[in-house]
Design a protein around this ligand. Structure first.
Ligand SMILES: Cc1cc2nc3c(=O)[nH]c(=O)nc-3n(C[C@H](O)[C@H](O)[C@H](O)COP(=O)(O)OP(=O)(O)OC[C@H]3O[C@@H](n4cnc5c(N)ncnc54)[C@H](O)[C@@H]3O)c2cc1C
Length: 212
């Protein structure tokens, strides 16, 4: 029997949100999520790639993986997506915290078996990880597609928590000579490094060129 997920924030409920658009944005900005599930009483939390197709999350993996087999069989799971936006440096350790946007999605995933839908979903994952890449890749073979499980999880039962703003110090700490504020954090791509066995003379594709 599947227990109904508890999505009501009790700790700091003012940081909560049920905004579906914000949930979509959090997924769209993410390259990874953490998938939690329970097998024989042992909890596992597995990092994975993800993408969004409308109001469902797509996950993929090897057909032989324990994770994919269990999720495909309908084992309840919790997919968590976290963006760490900053370190919040208060004047005390107790009041120091982090700025973040985090999303928890609960439910049971189902396998995408229809061949056309599966290829479309896998393509969405590739494009999500690196927009523009799909057009350059050779098409996946039937064997590669058959070796992959694609899962879809509805973006229906979810909770969002957002931490933002400056430190919230205890009044008596505010006048002290201690630096306080926020260190913003961002995930940034580094310089592309060509594969050592790449055919020489291939220039960087447009989708890898710096945008700013
Ligand atoms: C980057 C980051 C770092 C954090 N560091 C810490 C830490 O070091 N210590 C700490 O105690 N807490 C930390 N938190 C907050 C933590 O995620 C929990 O929100 C908090 O611990 C309360 O947990 P709870 O189970 O008591 O919440 P409850 O409010 O009882 O949870 C009830 C329901 O609220 C929802 N919910 C709770 N937390 C989140 C969340 N983060 N995102 C989306 N939905 C949520 C879930 O649906 C959950 O079932 C951190 C959060 C983030 C994103």
């Amino acid at each position: 029997m599947t227990a109904k997920a508890d999505t009501r924030l009790r700790r700091l409920p003012d940081k909560g949100s049920k905004d579906l658009r914000l949930a979509r944005d959090i997924i769209d900005e993410a390259r990874i999520c953490h998938v939690g599930f329970n097998v024989d009483g042992q909890p596992y939390v597995v990092p994975m790639a993800l993408a969004r197709d409308g109001d469902r999350i797509l996950l993929h993996g090897s057909v032989v993986s324990r994770l994919m087999k269990n999720l495909a069989a309908g084992l309840p799971c919790c997919v968590t997506v976290t963006h760490l936006d900053g370190l919040v440096l208060a004047r005390s350790a107790f009041n120091s915290s982090m700025n973040y946007r985090s999303l928890m999605v609960f439910g049971s995933a189902s396998p995408v078996d229809d061949p056309e839908e599966k290829v479309r979903g896998l393509n969405i994952l590739v494009e999500h990880l690196l927009p523009g890449r799909l057009a350059e890749l050779r098409p996946s073979t039937r064997k590669e597609i058959n070796a992959t499980t694609l899962l879809s999880l509805p973006l229906k039962s979810f909770s969002i928590k957002v931490g933002e703003g400056p430190p919230d110090d205890t009044k008596s700490d505010i006048g002290t000579a201690i630096w306080a504020g926020v260190i913003p954090l961002k995930l940034r791509a580094g310089e592309p490094m060509a594969a050592p066995d790449m055919v020489p003379g291939i220039s960087l594709p447009a989708y890898l060129l710096p945008r700013d």
